[in-house]
Design a binder for this molecule. Sequence first.
Ligand SMILES: [Zn+2]
Length: 173
Amino acid sequence: MKIVVNGMSANLRFSSAHIIPGHNFCGFIHGHSYFVDIEIEGDRFGDFNFVVDFKDIKNSARNVCKSLDHRLLIPIFNKYTEFKGLKPEDISIEVFNNIENLKFSVKGKKYAIPKSDAILLPLDDSSAESLAEYFNEIIFKDLKNKGYNNINSISVGVNEGIGQGAIFTKKIN
Ligand SMILES: [Zn+2]
């Protein structure tokens, strides 16, 4: 059985700025009004014979949306991005814990921004493709922690507005 959550209707949305470093068109800071669609296949189980309670999926996805909303998305493992004072091999999310102002350069372009205005992501880039994988991983882990062992596959689509998006499918069984 498959269940579907439509992000536009269920209000799984966020508005963020990002850069695709090095890209000739998307390499400039710009924004999208994103929305997130989710499909989960699995066996029905439990007191209510659901695949997954819609509330659990939406809560999980909404938390990720909230964490990204109204921020500049910064993928910390991007190959074109150099963070001032940090060697590429030392970079992790934790390294930034005590840093209040982010200074980085992308192919000679220099940026400085308060960390409070950004969200650091453990990703190579902030494309719809990478964000779909990111959402998928977090939502799946979250549902597993809530006791869902019946999921066979989970697909998450991250849409950069209407008309373009990426879907990442994780197959479990
Ligand atoms: Zn973009």
